[in-house]
Write a protein that binds this ligand. Sequence first.
Ligand SMILES: *[C@@H]1O[C@H](CO)[C@@H](O)[C@H](O)[C@H]1NC(C)=O
Ligand SMILES: *[C@@H]1O[C@H](CO)[C@@H](O)[C@H](O)[C@H]1NC(C)=O
Ligand SMILES: *[C@@H]1O[C@H](CO)[C@@H](O)[C@H](O)[C@H]1NC(C)=O
Ligand SMILES: *[C@@H]1O[C@H](CO)[C@@H](O)[C@H](O)[C@H]1NC(C)=O
Ligand SMILES: *[C@@H]1O[C@H](CO)[C@@H](O)[C@H](O)[C@H]1NC(C)=O
Ligand SMILES: *[C@@H]1O[C@H](CO)[C@@H](O)[C@H](O)[C@H]1NC(C)=O
Ligand SMILES: *[C@@H]1O[C@H](CO)[C@@H](O)[C@H](O)[C@H]1NC(C)=O
Ligand SMILES: *[C@@H]1O[C@H](CO)[C@@H](O)[C@H](O)[C@H]1NC(C)=O
Ligand SMILES: *[C@@H]1O[C@H](CO)[C@@H](O)[C@H](O)[C@H]1NC(C)=O
Ligand SMILES: *[C@@H]1O[C@H](CO)[C@@H](O)[C@H](O)[C@H]1NC(C)=O
Ligand SMILES: *[C@@H]1O[C@H](CO)[C@@H](O)[C@H](O)[C@H]1NC(C)=O
Ligand SMILES: *[C@@H]1O[C@H](CO)[C@@H](O)[C@H](O)[C@H]1NC(C)=O
Length: 821
Amino acid sequence: RCLNISLGSLSSECLGNLLRVILHSEYFEDKYLTFAAVDQFGIAQEIDETLAAQCGYTIEYNYWGNIEFRASILSCHTHIESDVYTVAIQIQAATDPDMKNAATHLKTVRCPYGPWHSRELVCETNYMEVSVKRNVPQITDLLQDEPEDWALAFPEATAGAVSIWQVVFHLPTGRKALLASDALHAGYGLNTTDTRILLRAPFNAAEAQLVKVQGVTFSAVRASTFYKQRWMILMVDTAVACPVDGVDYTNETITWTIPKNLQPLSAGATIFSDLLVEMGVDLHKLAARETASRKYVLLNSTDAITIQIPIGAEGGYYKTHVSEGQHGTKYNINLFLEHQWEDNRWGVTKHTIIKKIETPFKLVPPTITNYTNSSIRLVNVTVGIFLPDVELVNLTIDATTVTVPEALQYGYKVYETRYPNGSKGYVIETPFDVPLIKKEYLTEDTRLYTLNVTLGFDVQPTHETFSVPVIIISPVQDAVLPSARGFCDKENLYLTVIRGNVDQNWLPFISNLSLSPEAAQKHNYRLDDNGTHFTIRVPLYAPHILYEEIHPSGIRASLHLTMKDNTLADMTDFSISCRFSPEELIECLPNGTMSITALKLAGIEDLDTSLFVLRDRQCRPATVTEKSATFIFSVNTCGTSRKFENTVMIYENDVSYFRPGSTTPIYQLKCECHYIINETIFVQYGTKNNPAPSINPGFGTLALILQLYRDKSYSDSYMETEYPVVKYLKEALYFEVELLQSEDPQLELYLEDCWSTTSQDRDSSPQWSIITNSCENAEDAYQTTFHKVDRNSRVKFPTHLKRFEVKMFTFMQDGKALLEQ
Ligand SMILES: *[C@@H]1O[C@H](CO)[C@@H](O)[C@H](O)[C@H]1NC(C)=O
Ligand SMILES: *[C@@H]1O[C@H](CO)[C@@H](O)[C@H](O)[C@H]1NC(C)=O
Ligand SMILES: *[C@@H]1O[C@H](CO)[C@@H](O)[C@H](O)[C@H]1NC(C)=O
Ligand SMILES: *[C@@H]1O[C@H](CO)[C@@H](O)[C@H](O)[C@H]1NC(C)=O
Ligand SMILES: *[C@@H]1O[C@H](CO)[C@@H](O)[C@H](O)[C@H]1NC(C)=O
Ligand SMILES: *[C@@H]1O[C@H](CO)[C@@H](O)[C@H](O)[C@H]1NC(C)=O
Ligand SMILES: *[C@@H]1O[C@H](CO)[C@@H](O)[C@H](O)[C@H]1NC(C)=O
Ligand SMILES: *[C@@H]1O[C@H](CO)[C@@H](O)[C@H](O)[C@H]1NC(C)=O
Ligand SMILES: *[C@@H]1O[C@H](CO)[C@@H](O)[C@H](O)[C@H]1NC(C)=O
Ligand SMILES: *[C@@H]1O[C@H](CO)[C@@H](O)[C@H](O)[C@H]1NC(C)=O
Ligand SMILES: *[C@@H]1O[C@H](CO)[C@@H](O)[C@H](O)[C@H]1NC(C)=O
Ligand SMILES: *[C@@H]1O[C@H](CO)[C@@H](O)[C@H](O)[C@H]1NC(C)=O
């Protein structure tokens, strides 16, 4: 790639004994440059810093990044031809530091100059230069004998080749002589022209001395230069002195003081007269009228010249600088002074002093102007005021750094705004609703919108950087708090939360569980979130369900959801509570038995279901599982209490859980059984006549047997052969009557009447009743007693038998017992 330097990118000027080439920033900005002087043989001699000071070249940035190349018209490789001084420079510009593919441009500047004053001094920014007229002394007085000879020889003497032989420096410690070659080696510039002897010294030359003149410090080199011309060795005084300070600043004014009658330059002179005092800016002299209109002041007393410049005055410029990361400005002005005087030793001296002045750093805090208009929901902020050399390069939003065009993708419109004087500001416009505007809930109805960006700036051309944080907080009454509704089905509880607009950073928690999709999945809770709403479904027996009451009819369970902010402070909470009728958790049996199933509850660590107890802590569960314990107990045990309410009788007990050693239950579940004691039941019924009994009569005899037994056990009867059985009075007789042959269990034998007679004729008299109308004869002392008949091996149908006991008695006749009957 070949770069061409357009002609417009370089311009040149002749400025008295200096010449200048300007490289315009539009082209040369950000290029790598080398400068070389083209010597008399056409060879380019690269100019580095040392060579520049030795040879009379100066390279520096000027206003807004233009590059200024200056050369003394007596620079090393100046070509001199009849008062025209030609300097040829070669500039190479490349985009890479290795200078590959550099574009080369040769610039030749021709400047006429003259007439020369007998001594001319230039104080450049990087060197001091003095040139002194080379006079071959008129020695006619000495050669009065042969004036013609002299007249012949003189032109030849003056035109002859000159060479500098040695330089003698006048130091406080004495003299120090250096051969020309050594002086060149030490960094001095030495040369001669047809008419002049030149000495150039860098400010840091070893033989340069700092000299105070009226309080102002000068760098001075006092030297005598010896040169050979034909047969002569001549000497000129080549002293040079340049001020290194003398500039004072107040808040408003720059004051530059240059003393007159400088001792190092005026050795041997006694009479001085000013010829010219002129000042200028950027090497351009200014007419008095112009100086006044710019409010510059040039004071010229016998001892000193004083220049006062109001800070900010035309001719200078402000430049942005960065100090400790903060931006500020310095005012710069490139002054120069030309002072000509005549004295009785040197003739006319012209002293040209170039002074680059830069005021101290002044912090310029950026002005942030808030034009935010909440009614149109737009953050609008202006950041300024910056000099044109400041460029916004990036924005850091929420730890992300983006360029200005990229910021638009995030909803940040950033543009430059110019003021009439060239200064600029930056406007940031962004709607409240872009995601990177932080929204925070403040109160019931107010949200805070925060713009928090850091602007990164770059200063041209030095690439210093600084940043400006911009924080705009706008409270707006537009908060909509989240709301919720809940419902249940047979097995689950549901909560639907409408997020509102304040909860961007609010997180839902159920008890201490942060309800992330992962957490929900882990617990098998279903979470549906579409951004504006989310619904959580939690099963009835999940660990995050709270069981509030258990009744015979069911169980009341609730789900609590809390919205927490990022500091985990509770912001709002919601709950849904429902009654469920799952399997029988409490059963109240009609026989007064309660069956209670207690569920393991959320929130109680390592609950051991076998440790559930009733009011009477001795009552332990009948069965336990890992998640439940079942008690079965009668309502009049286990500390159950009873009360009456209207028509119900309520039995109450509690299932409690005590931590081992604790007397306060950490869990208590109240259980009740309700029994209705007075109830009106409406029952419908119909009647139906019983079928008429059908009787089938039949005839036959019932076989019966009457037997006497030995004792009450009725196991052993008297045999037929044992009759007549002998018994004594009042001894018990055990009779049994049995129906024989019948197998009909429905039949029952009844003894209607039984009596005794003295003879076999049952109708004879006297008679004694034993059983009358199926009842025992209850006469005193002779009571008949029935005995129960039990089933046994002999007795198949007890109803077929009757047993009775009678005490032995006797009939009386005529007041006498009938013995043995
Ligand atoms: C002296 O000046 C001449 C003419 O300008 C020049 O060619 C030469 O290079 C200079 N010598 C030094 C040592 O600067
Ligand atoms: C100069 O400016 C500084 C800061 O602005 C101020 O503190 C100081 O008083 C000023 N000095 C004068 C002499 O005005
Ligand atoms: C000031 O400078 C001028 C030349 O520009 C000279 O004529 C005049 O004498 C000087 N004034 C003083 C007080 O030195
Ligand atoms: C905000 O914008 C509205 C609508 O453009 C306008 O009427 C109102 O004056 C603006 N308010 C401010 C303080 O600029
Ligand atoms: C933002 O403020 C600037 C400065 O007041 C104004 O020029 C610009 O129009 C405002 N932008 C909007 C969109 O209102
Ligand atoms: C602004 O953002 C920075 C970093 O992104 C952060 O350190 C700072 O606390 C924020 N300031 C405010 C007021 O939010
Ligand atoms: C340029 O103009 C702005 C706005 O009018 C002003 O604030 C600033 O001080 C001016 N800057 C300079 C260097 O004059
Ligand atoms: C943003 O710009 C500043 C100033 O120019 C610079 O210091 C910083 O490195 C830039 N940041 C990024 C990430 O480019
Ligand atoms: C910016 O302006 C808005 C709207 O006028 C106002 O509510 C807010 O308080 C301002 N912020 C700052 C930091 O001045
Ligand atoms: C949250 O609760 C669970 C169960 O109740 C418990 O295991 C866990 O340690 C708790 N976590 C925190 C941070 O409190
Ligand atoms: C989210 O779901 C709710 C119902 O749950 C519905 O009303 C709402 O419109 C949905 N929003 C979006 C953005 O889909
Ligand atoms: C039963 O209820 C009825 C009507 O309420 C009342 O008249 C009657 O006295 C009640 N009987 C008992 C035993 O409570």
